[in-house]
Design a protein around this ligand. Structure first.
Ligand SMILES: *Cc1c(COP(=O)(O)O)cnc(C)c1O
Length: 388
């Protein structure tokens, strides 16, 4: 096929069609596969022959989704999991052993924090946090047993950014695996592997599904690294269901147009908030006031669909704002067609201490907005009346 453009690939990369020549990909609801004879069974289990065995390993629907995601992100291969957290856990479990150290961005998804802070210590895996906006902390944070650097950029909900090319070089120089949670950007806006990351992870639950319907996770990397992921995932079972893979593969067909609209509206919301006197601070990658604006411009196509702001008046003002919203949903999800408001301090990041929250830039007055696909006038109108 000649088409090289993202939009076209996201639509036209399809699994082989069956004898029915269906236009859209069918759903393969089967847990296992038949073998022609005993020899074929042996050869498939011995990895001497390509083909399907069991849907915990792979399925035509997960194959199609992974192939599309890998091409769109410039990765050699990938693996699909039941959720974004399953993708993150699988990646940690595959590459880390007792005694290893992880250097992670301080501002990570709440459940990733829980893994590092409360679950991995019992297996002897240690960690340190570094701030995305302080390069020296990354240089100084590397220890002899540091096996992995893990970052979210842009981060949730602080919208901090790190230069992935720079970090990739630092990781390579030290022989450390660089893993990027690319959830906020999607492959349409940022392609970490092309910038020097070894692994890129998605919670497909967010913008990739984009319609608030399903959970999913995707891990992308080289053939070699994905082979190691497979070694863990095949036997531990974080598999994505064929139905979810089918949905997500269909969702990719509209990712580019959806992201264009999310980003266009989010930038307008960020600019609007920045002009409002009751707003103390606005974080959005493509606002010139963002401290890492130049880096964002260099490594992202657009700023993404999430705008985080701090309202004057702390927790009381944040709750009053959320309660006055008429159209926005109050929900912990993001990346939906519907605009969503979240109060991170009492929801996604409630398990952190107040001091830990302040370190990652979450104040009591911080509100995270996921800008949906409704008309921009209705989005701005709702925010405006709720701030009044
Ligand atoms: C939601 C999210 C996750 C977790 O994904 P699930 O699909 O909910 O398991 C991980 N990282 C980021 C940045 C997220 O927003």
């Amino acid at each position: 096929m000649q088409e090289e453009n993202f939009e076209t690939l996201a639509i036209r990369l399809q699994a082989e069609r069956t004898q029915f020549k269906e236009h859209s990909v069918p759903l393969y609801l089967t847990s296992s596969y038949k073998f022609d004879d005993a020899e074929e069974m042996r050869a498939l289990f011995a990895n001497e022959k390509e083909g399907h065995v069991y849907s915990r390993y792979a399925n035509p629907n997960t194959d199609e989704l992974i192939n599309k995601m890998a091409v769109l992100e410039g990765a050699e291969n990938g693996w699909a999991t039941a959720s974004g957290m399953a993708a993150i856990f699988t990646t940690f479990m595959t590459f880390l052993a007792s005694g290893d150290h992880v250097l992670s961005s301080r501002s990570v998804f709440g459940s990733t924090h829980q893994l590092l802070n409360n679950i991995f210590p019992k297996w002897g895996i240690t960690y340190d946090y570094a701030d995305l906006d302080k390069p020296e902390q990354w240089e100084q944070g590397i220890r002899p047993n540091t096996k992995m650097i893990f970052v979210e950029t842009p981060s949730n909900p602080g919208i901090d950014i790190i230069d992935l090319e720079w970090l990739g070089q630092l990781a390579k120089k030290n022989g450390i695996l660089l893993v990027v949670d690319n959830c906020f950007a999607t492959p349409y806006l940022q392609q970490p592997i092309k910038l020097g990351a070894d692994i890129s992870i998605h919670s497909a639950t967010k913008f990739i599904d984009g319609q608030g319907r399903t959970l999913g996770g995707i891990i992308l990397g080289s053939h070699q690294l994905i082979k190691e992921i497979e070694g863990f995932a095949r036997h531990s079972g974080p598999a994505m269901a064929p139905f979810n893979a089918w949905l997500l593969s269909k969702s990719l067909e509209t990712l580019a147009v959806r992201m264009d609209r999310h980003c266009e509206s989010a930038l307008k919301v960020a600019e609007f908030l920045e002009r409002n006197p009751v707003v103390k601070k606005v974080m959005y990658p493509f606002l010139p006031s963002h401290p890492q604006y130049e880096i964002a411009k260099k490594q992202m196509k657009q700023g993404g669909g999430i705008v985080t702001f701090v309202i004057e008046g702390g927790a009381a003002a944040a709750s009053a704002f959320m309660d006055k919203l008429k159209m926005f949903s109050i929900s912990a999800n993001l990346g939906d067609t519907r605009s969503i408001a979240t109060h991170p301090a009492t929801s996604t990041h409630s398990k952190l201490t107040e001091a830990q929250r302040l370190e990652v830039g979450i104040e009591q007055g911080t509100v995270r907005l996921s800008i949906g696909l409704e008309h921009i006038n209705d989005i701005l109108g709702d925010i405006s009346q709720a701030l009044a």
